[in-house]
Design a protein around this ligand. Structure first.
Ligand code: ATP
Ligand code: MG
Length: 214
């Protein structure tokens, strides 16, 4: 029997992938919020789910620790796509990557004048590409969380972060000054697994494709 291992992260990706799995006839038998298990059985004896950090999903899939996984476009760009195949945009966990500043920082003027802008972000690769394309000089400051704090404390002029409703920005009196890209989560598949486990993976990908919100 060929076993299929699917890497998911706890939280929104797990929650939003469940209906797609269900549509593919796969029921996860444990609730990650209630159990401490990191390997979850499903009603299909040959399919198991492993729970990893969102930013570790591409690493598991690239090196074959999982055959496939679900990861945000943000995470995939930051990690790189080597050894992976991206068959499907699942259209879940949708948000956008944006530039935000304090209301009293004139971002447009800083860009126009060619000033050096200090940008704090967890997403240094996306930020680097974005500002390089615009021809804007930036000093990137790598953070691992609470990006909103950076402009408020004077650590940075701007942040690059994920925005969905804008509520967190508003709560911290920041304004979204530029949208960089739309973000959603994708199915990522290990390229070697796709050859070795072709049939079961094909079936799973097709089932996901039929269930994916348009
Ligand atoms: P970790 O908590 O392990 O540091 P994380 O905070 O990036 O990682 P999640 O918050 O679960 O993990 O986000 C997982 C993915 O969901 C992100 O990579 C992104 O693609 C997407 N996402 C993040 N924030 C939002 C949001 N507010 N609305 C919709 N999708 C989001
Ligand atoms: Mg989080």
């Amino acid at each position: 029997m060929t076993t299929i291992t699917l890497a998911l992260s706890k939280g929104r990706i797990f929650e939003e992938t469940l209906p797609l799995l269900r549509a593919a006839g796969i029921e996860v038998l444990e609730d990650p919020e209630k159990s401490r298990k990191l390997i979850l059985a499903t009603n299909q004896p040959n399919v198991k789910v492993v729970l990893v950090r969102a930013s570790d999903v591409p690493t598991y899939v690239q090196y074959g620790g999982a055959d496939l996984g679900v990861a945000g476009r943000d995470v995939l760009i930051e990690h790189g796509l080597e050894g992976m195949y991206l068959p499907l945009d699942l259209n879940i966990a949708r948000c956008r990557m944006s530039v935000a500043t304090r209301a009293d920082f004139d971002y447009a003027a800083a860009v126009k004048q060619g000033s050096r802008i200090r940008v704090a972000t967890k997403y240094t690769e996306i930020a680097r590409q974005h500002f390089a394309e615009k021809g804007v000089h930036v000093d990137l400051i790598k953070l691992y969380g609470s990006m909103e704090l950076a402009p408020l404390t004077g650590l940075a002029d701007a942040i690059v972060d994920l925005v969905s409703t804008g509520g967190t920005l508003r709560a911290n009196k920041l304004v979204e000054v530029e949208q960089i890209m739309d973000i959603s989560s994708r199915l990522v598949v290990n390229q070697a697994a796709l050859k070795l486990k072709r049939e079961p993976l094909r079936q799973l990908i097709d089932a996901f494709a039929s269930a994916t919100p348009k």
